[in-house]
Ligand binder design. Structure first.
Ligand code: MN
Length: 131
């Protein structure tokens, strides 16, 4: 069971936003939504989050670019934001591209709650050990 967290949900699709928000809130988490990577970077500068759930395909700035920007900002800092890729692409190599961009775990849409929460726990554990 995960502790209640402040989650930044970065997702451009309204239905996916709603589904994920409901799931997360039912599990006791607080959710803030950003509609693309650029928005996410702005929100991350202004508030504190425990975890980012990051869609890959988004307008303006995709999840890979946004993740790379987040990791760049973290250089020289002791903490690492747990980032879970939240993607519809279950293509070969997609998971690897997300991890290469700096994401910590990977879950595909349509989302299956146990897999989502497992990916969140994995990302959390990984970044804690790294810190
Ligand atoms: Mn998308």
């Amino acid at each position: 069971m995960l502790p209640p967290m402040q989650v930044l949900l970065v997702e451009d699709n309204l239905i996916n936003q709603k589904v994920a928000q409901k799931l997360l809130e039912r599990a006791g988490h607080t959710v803030t939504i950003a509609g693309n990577g650029r928005e996410a970077l702005t929100v991350l500068s202004d508030s504190v989050f425990d975890l980012v759930l990051m869609d890959v395909a988004m307008p303006e700035m995709d999840g890979l670019e946004a993740t790379q920007a987040i990791r760049l900002r973290e250089e020289g800092k002791p903490s690492r934001m747990p980032i879970v890729a939240f993607t519809a692409h279950a293509m070969v190599g997609d998971r690897e591209r997300c991890l290469a961009a700096g994401m910590d775990a990977y879950v595909t849409k349509p989302v299956q709650p146990p897999l989502l929460f497992q990916a969140m726990a994995d990302a959390l554990a990984l970044t804690r050990h790294a810190g």
